[in-house]
Design a protein around this ligand. Structure first.
Ligand code: NAD
Length: 466
């Protein structure tokens, strides 16, 4: 979509004035509550009412969510607001991500029934709701995760309490309100989707401990995933990644370079699936780097400049500095005092395996390249630097043995062969999308059925028509 700056400003002003008009104390409406306990009680009452609704109703409510998130004004507003509020990411790419979440997150069709009939009668096994789900959402994809989780969780018959990242509070609250407004218009019970007016770690803790919250879903870094897994409740953890890309001598190198730069630069490298380091066999390395530069990569060669960059964007080489997460390549280079063309998309450099750029999940368009002698070494290194996250990895190769070997050894939830990382979430690759990729707990690319319980219903005798 092309939307000019003046039009965008107009949309933002219009929506902001509506938010201001509503903000005068009306927090007990449209799913926003001052107290977390009240939000949960409301979601629990709503879930009871929701049980009486038909599958056709659920399908309509899912469509209402999709309609909110694909409305052009809403898309423009939430994408711009997210960049403004979090200071992270790229407006045009957020448009794509929000639309993707709205259009390709599965709805009720995901909830298939298993049936068994025979002399003893008929048994069905169906996906039933958990009840109230507590969902914790990240700064990196705040609205995408709310859209995608809302679709899947409501399709499965649940209600949801969101605990957004405090740094994405305004846009998250705005979205929850808009979803409630649309759900009300579609005839849904009130409070199927709720949150609090002041998201905080304290409120998240209240939510995690509340007996009426029956399932927890955490999309974020290792700390929050560990916390939900220690909660004593059914928990889904969608945690950190550090996706490596292997390139061997059999690959289509020109295409590999394009795919890698496209994937790595997407939303300034915020997606947890995005290419974070390249491991390339020596004989293909020079040509790969040459082609990456043709795709908008800028190579930093001097060791001193590489170390200056590392000191700037990491905290002692151990974690990324938040103020650089999701910033553009050009911005980062400017802050490091390095002159580069305006259209620079990704900063590349050659490093050793031990370098923090390889080891740390940076979430910025900085892409280290490590040379190795052969594809077996490359695969072994990729397994090491993925750190057992079981998240995402890529390979560019036309050697079936190498493709198979890496898939088996790395055991990531998403494994993309000969494509950009986002092919793994349904952009130019087959399959549905999700913004909650549950590696640690094994549900994989979550969808409605992930947020449901398996229940068996047995009718004894009869109903067998064979
Ligand atoms: P983050 O861990 O800082 O925050 C995620 C959420 O957890 C936020 O809502 C935050 O408020 C909450 N939180 C964090 N620590 C908490 C604590 N101790 N107690 C209570 N609440 C707590 O992550 P972020 O910076 O927002 O997002 C980036 C991280 O999330 C990256 O590591 C990225 O890989 C990961 N991520 C994973 C997926 C996935 O699907 N696997 C998707 C998006 C992001």
């Amino acid at each position: 979509m092309n939307i000019d700056a003046a039009l965008l400003e107009g949309i933002v002003k219009k929506v902001m004035s509506r938010i201001d008009a509503e903000a005068d104390g009306a927090f007990d409406s449209l799913g926003i509550f001052e107290k977390m306990d009240d939000a949960i009680e409301a979601a629990a009452a709503a879930q009871r009412k929701y049980l009486d609704r038909s599958m056709a109703d659920r399908a309509r409510f899912v469509e209402a969510i999709r309609a909110v998130a694909t409305n052009e004004e809403n898309l423009a507003f939430m994408s711009k607001s997210t960049v403004d509020e979090t200071g992270m990411g790229n407006y045009e790419h957020k448009l794509i991500k929000n639309r993707l979440a709205a259009e390709k997150s599965p709805g009720i069709e995901d909830l298939t029934t298993d049936a068994l009939s025979g002399d003893d009668g008929l048994t069905i096994v169906e996906y039933s709701p958990f009840g109230v789900i507590g969902a914790i959402t990240p700064t990196t994809n705040p609205t995408e995760t709310i859209i995608c989780n809302s679709i899947g969780m409501l399709a499965a018959g649940n209600t949801v309490v969101f605990s957004p990242h405090p740094r994405a509070k305004k846009v998250s609250i705005w979205l929850v309100r808009e979803l409630n407004r649309a759900l009300a218009a579609a005839g849904a019970p009130e409070n199927l989707i709720v949150t609090v007016s002041e998201p905080s770690i304290e409120n998240t803790n209240i939510m995690m401990a509340h007996p009426k919250v029956r399932m927890l879903v955490a999309t974020g870094g290792p700390a929050i995933v560990k916390t939900v897994l220690s909660s004593g409740k059914k928990a889904i953890g969608a945690g950190a990644g550090n996706p490596p890309v292997v390139v061997d001598e059999s690959a289509n190198i020109e295409k590999a370079a394009k795919d890698i730069i496209d994937g790595c630069s997407f939303d300034n490298n915020l997606p947890c699936i995005a290419e974070k380091e390249v491991i390339v066999v020596d004989s293909a390395a020079d040509y790969l780097i040459f082609n990456m530069k043709k795709q908008g990569a800028f190579e930093v060669k001097e060791p001193e400049a590489i170390e200056r960059l590392a000191a700037l964007v990491t905290k002692d080489g151990k974690s990324p500095r938040t103020e650089f997460v999701g910033k553009s390549a050009k911005y980062i280079l400017e802050k490091a005092g390095i002159a580069a063309p305006d259209d620079t998309r990704v900063i590349i450099m050659e490093t050793k395996e031990e370098h923090p750029f390889v080891q740390v999940e940076l979430m910025m368009p900085i892409l280290p390249i490590v040379r190795v002698d052969n594809v077996n070494e490359a695969i072994d290194m990729a397994v090491r630097v993925e750190h057992g996250n079981r998240h995402t990895a890529m390979i560019h190769s036309r050697n079936v043995d190498s493709l198979t070997k890496m898939a088996k050894l790395i055991q990531t939830t998403i494994f993309v062969k000969n494509g950009p990382s986002y092919a793994g979430i349904g952009v130019g690759g087959m399959g549905h999308t999700t913004f909650t990729i549950a590696g640690p707990t094994g549900e994989g690319l979550t969808s409605a059925k992930t947020f449901a319980r398996r229940r068996r219903c047995v009718l004894v005798g009869g109903m067998d028509i064979r």
